[in-house]
Write a protein that binds this ligand. Structure first.
Ligand code: FAD
Ligand code: NAI
Length: 468
């Protein structure tokens, strides 16, 4: 065998796994079909979307809050090609970083489509038509996901687009329809709404970000409507779309069964992502994917039905998140090296990078009710936080859910300024099985947004929040 481990796909699952394998002394190869490493996350996902979210947030603040801060600006304009160029530069810096890390860790990288010849032999089909075979004792499939398509709504990649094209629009559209009030729809919808686009979100369910604690979606919808003028067509089932010139017309049915028509310059289809397994040759080693979502089935060690073949990240069950893929990459590397790693799937935080940001970990109130768990709940609104008043970020709240009998924290759900960074405190606390009182008694710097977590914990402990 040439290699101890061959990894197919260089997203956050694959590249982290490769580096951890190399650190553990395993001879490692990685195969990526695109020219740059980093997968969806670095090239067309987490990183470029956050770059545009940051740029658009600066513009929105300059246009709407600077004057209140006593800063006057004249002739404020968006230079969209420059905004996109900066985003591309951020992506290039990150993908180049992975190339550097592969070299540093002596990982052999191959460009091409990897497919199974047998369970130890991978054929690499290259862009010039040539191919080469490499062999390995273990193979890790980290092939990721692609946007889910609606069969009745073909994406033309010009006017009806996915998140990938939405990261490259070189103008500020006058109007935009977003199908799907999930994470992608709300983050990319926010980017354009902040730049002045009239954004209409069409969502099938009665709530946006419906898998998170119900209070979060309600508050986020209220704030996005108020601060960005976003329109929400809830409980609407999209039935079709057509393009005429520069106009997209989307048809939907509302909850009363009435037909509704919405027109806009662009339509982003963001109705979830599907595991990507095309071209892997799974049939050659007898791996069958699940009917729903096309996921590769794995056991508790993330090993497929074929011994020595593992799968991680978006291509297997669970949250489709970069940090989940990374942790699974490490998990598989350590398993192959003979260690006994562990992932607590209940403590993978979820974040939505809107403003205010939304972040969550552990059980939602809805899940605790369904599971019949007796719990206490404590909330603290940012409008009562001195730090939030100073920055004028007073929308949102922190909610701490704790076991009624033991006071152990079971879930933390927040919407507010810098919630994406603050959720780490809750994850650490819950990983160490802290009680709400533990957080309530730990000193938090003043003035910080984190004091809202302490206050919510105090409210959960004995209804003893100080500042409300
Ligand atoms: P991927 O990142 O999809 O990587 C898979 C790689 O495998 C790809 O490069 C692909 O080309 C390659 N590949 C596939 N098949 C083959 C083959 N046969 N041969 C060779 N190479 C192959 N998650 C977060 O946690 N935070 C965020 O802020 C966030 N923002 C996002 C924003 C957007 C717009 C999108 C679309 C996603 C976002 N995500 C975010 C989700 C995140 O990108 C994914 O969960 C993550 O990238 C999954 O990692 P992965 O390694 O499983 O797969
Ligand atoms: P999603 O699953 O978050 O949301 C899709 C939404 O579309 C759901 O609310 C669903 O009810 C709705 N929907 C489905 N079919 C519909 C229809 N026909 N008409 C109207 N609405 C419909 O999926 P999304 O936003 O595409 O994101 C995909 C994945 O990418 C997510 O799993 C997420 O984890 C990941 N991601 C994570 C980010 C983060 O961590 N900040 C950012 C962006 C993406």
């Amino acid at each position: 065998m040439q290699y101890d481990v061959i990894i197919i796909g260089s997203g956050p699952g694959g590249y982290v796994s490769a580096i951890r394998c190399a650190q553990l002394g395993l001879k490692t190869a990685i195969i990526e079909k695109y020219k740059t490493f980093g997968g969806t996350c670095l090239n067309v996902g987490c990183i470029p979307s956050k770059a545009l979210l940051d740029s658009s947030e600066h513009f929105h603040n300059a246009a709407h809050t600077f004057e209140t801060h006593g800063i006057k600006l004249k002739d404020l304009k968006v230079d969209m090609p420059q905004m996109i160029a900066r985003k591309d530069d951020v992506v290039a810096q990150n993908t180049a970083g992975i190339t550097y890390l592969f070299k540093k860790n002596k990982i052999d990288s191959f460009e091409g489509v990897g497919s199974f010849v047998d369970k130890n032999t991978i054929k690499i089909a290259k862009a010039d038509g040539s191919s080469e075979n490499i062999t390995g004792k273990n193979v890790v499939i980290a092939s990721g996901s692609k946007p889910t398509a609606l069969p009745f709504l073909p994406v033309d990649k010009k006017r009806i687009i996915t998140s990938t094209e939405a990261l490259n629009i070189k103008e500020v559209p006058k109007s935009m329809i977003v199908i799907g009030g999930g994470v992608i729809g709300l983050e990319l919808g926010s980017v354009y709404a902040r730049l002045g686009t009239k954004v209409s979100v069409i969502e099938f369910l009665p709530s946006i970000i419906a898998t998170m604690d119900a209070g979060l979606g309600k508050e986020l919808q209220r704030v996005l409507k108020k601060s960005l003028g976003m329109e929400f067509l809830m409980g609407h089932k999209v039935t079709g779309a057509s393009v005429k010139g520069k106009t997209v017309t989307v048809t939907a049915q509302n909850s009363k069964g009435e037909d509704v028509t919405v027109e806009a310059d662009y339509c982003i289809v963001a109705v979830g992502r599907t595991a990507y397994t095309e071209g892997l040759g799974l049939e050659n080693i007898g791996i069958k994917t699940e009917e729903r979502g096309n996921k590769i089935p794995v056991n508790a060690h993330l090993e497929t039905a074929v011994p020595g073949v593992y799968a991680i990240g978006d291509v297997i069950t669970g949250a489709m998140l970069a940090h989940k893929a990374e942790d699974e990459g490490t998990f598989v590397a350590e398993t192959i090296a003979g260690q006994k790693p562990h992932i607590n799937y209940n403590l993978i935080p979820g974040v939505v990078y809107t403003w205010p940001e939304v972040a969550s970990v552990g059980y939602t109130e809805e899940q605790l009710k369904t599971n019949g768990v007796k719990y206490k709940s404590g909330s603290f609104p940012f409008k009562a936080s001195g730090r939030a008043k100073a920055s004028m970020d007073t929308d949102g709240f922190v909610k701490v859910l704790a076991d009624e009998a033991t006071d152990e924290i079971l879930g933390v759900h927040m919407i507010g300024p810098r919630a994406a960074d603050m959720i780490a405190e809750a994850v650490v606390a819950m990983e160490y099985r802290a009680s709400a009182e533990d957080i309530a008694r730990i000193c938090h710097a003043h003035p910080t947004y984190t004091e809202a977590i302490k206050e919510a914990a105090m409210a959960a402990t004995a209804n003893r929040a100080i500042h409300m």
